[in-house]
Design a protein around this ligand. Structure first.
Ligand code: ZN
Length: 215
């Protein structure tokens, strides 16, 4: 708000605009303090756990919210992501079904389905000795008509991220190891779920086809 005023009316108006901006943010803060303040802090903690790959802890925090409140599709999106990547999944195979259900709820509410993947930088894909040393890790997000990959911060990471619409994407079927390729007009991206679970590749490709109408 303050920025908009500054741009339109020049420097003279800044102190006034800043004041309005401050008042507005104070009002927003108060409002959220009354309704969802406790959730905001829990969400913040959950995101910090996700960023440091502590998926089971993230799931615990997000469950706390989701059990009481379904208003934020990003909670469903991130809880599904946490279920698919957590260690608990080994002892709770139902985590996969729960994740799929949460992705559907997120997409239905205007949110996204997000998956943790590795992007191979090897020319031959993933097959050389099965151990990939040259790759980046990132989040692949699917929403109606749109596919976004955001590589985690590393050198030259912009070159690996993409944001494309449905008519700019083709897909290959996952192979036996779960490797699949996303072909955009600009580039081909060879990807595999970071957890290396082949079934997750099938889910990812299925969700992309469903949301983008891609072949
Ligand atoms: Zn990459």
């Amino acid at each position: 708000m303050a920025l908009l005023f500054t741009k339109n009316f020049g420097d003279l108006i800044v102190p006034f605009a800043t004041k309005i901006g401050l008042l507005l943010s104070a009002a927003t803060f108060l409002a959220s303090g009354q309704s969802g303040g406790r959730f905001e802090e829990t969400k913040r903690q959950a995101l910090a756990y996700l960023e440091s790959d502590q998926y089971d802890r993230a799931a615990g925090k997000l469950e706390e919210i989701w059990e009481q409140d379904h208003s934020d599709p990003t909670v469903a999106e991130n809880l599904a992501l946490a279920y698919l990547n957590g260690d608990d999944r080994r002892y709770h195979p139902e985590a996969e079904t729960k994740a799929r259900d949460l992705f559907e709820q997120s997409l239905h509410a205007g949110g996204r389905a997000t998956f943790m993947v590795q992007h191979s930088h090897e020319k031959a894909g993933f097959f050389e000795g099965r151990i990939i040393t040259n790759y980046c890790v990132g989040m692949l997000s699917v929403s109606p008509g749109r596919l976004v990959y955001v590589a985690r911060a590393r050198k030259g990471v912009e070159a690996h991220s993409f944001d494309v619409s449905a008519d700019d994407v083709r897909l290959t079927k996952p192979d036996d190891m779960g490797v699949f390729t996303i072909k955009t007009k600009a580039k081909n991206y060879t990807l595999i779920p970071r957890n290396r679970i082949k079934g997750d590749s099938d889910v990812i490709v299925e969700v992309i086809r469903e949301q983008l109408g891609t072949k």
